[in-house]
Design a protein around this ligand. Structure first.
Ligand code: HEC
Length: 142
């Protein structure tokens, strides 16, 4: 009886631990392999809009011809580093349009293409472009 209880307890702990093992914030730029993985994924999924150098669309503060926002820079010259990791992760996973009511954004979410871990790697890659000051400021938001 007692043994069964222990097994159930163990399974329960294992499952809950597993479910929460994603999304270890803050996301750092300490792991070279994460950054390299993020770079490949970024170039495949994000560079078409945010550009290979992360500088964003030309004149990104203006609107495109359909009246939508253009892709902002992610390299630390925009305001990406003012958001905490949870927010950044959610923007990438769900797209901004799903998060903000009555807002039509062009950036669709990547939740069905990238796993949580892959999104974190892309963020590690993005953070590798930020100045030390921006990076350290943003780490403290988490
Ligand atoms: C079709 C073009 C497009 C693609 C592809 C795209 N984005 Fe975006 N992204 C945008 C636009 C436009 C915005 C501005 C918000 C909006 O209008 O939805 C944005 C906003 C963002 C923001 C918020 C930036 C800020 O400063 O607030 C982040 C972070 C971001 N994108 C990351 C990514 C990542 C990572 C990928 C690839 C996995 C990606 N984007 C792919 C167009 C794109």
């Amino acid at each position: 009886m007692r043994f069964k209880f222990l097994i159930i307890l163990f399974l329960f702990l294992f499952i809950t631990n597993f479910a929460y093992s994603h999304n270890h914030y803050p996301i750092t730029r300490n792991s070279v392999s994460d950054i390299l993985e993020g770079k490949v994924l970024y170039n495949q999924n994000c560079a078409s809009c945010h550009k290979a150098n992360l500088a964003g669309a030309t004149d990104w503060k203006g609107l495109d011809k359909d009246g939508h926002r253009k892709a902002p820079p992610l390299n630390g010259t925009g305001h990406t580093w003012h958001h905490d990791d949870k927010t950044l992760h959610a923007i990438i996973k769900y797209g901004l349009a799903k998060l903000v009511n009555n807002y039509e954004g062009k950036m669709i979410g990547f939740g069905d293409k990238l796993s949580d871990k892959e999104i974190d790697s892309v963020l590690a890659y993005i953070k590798s472009f930020w100045s030390k000051e921006n990076y350290e400021y943003q780490l403290k938001l988490n």
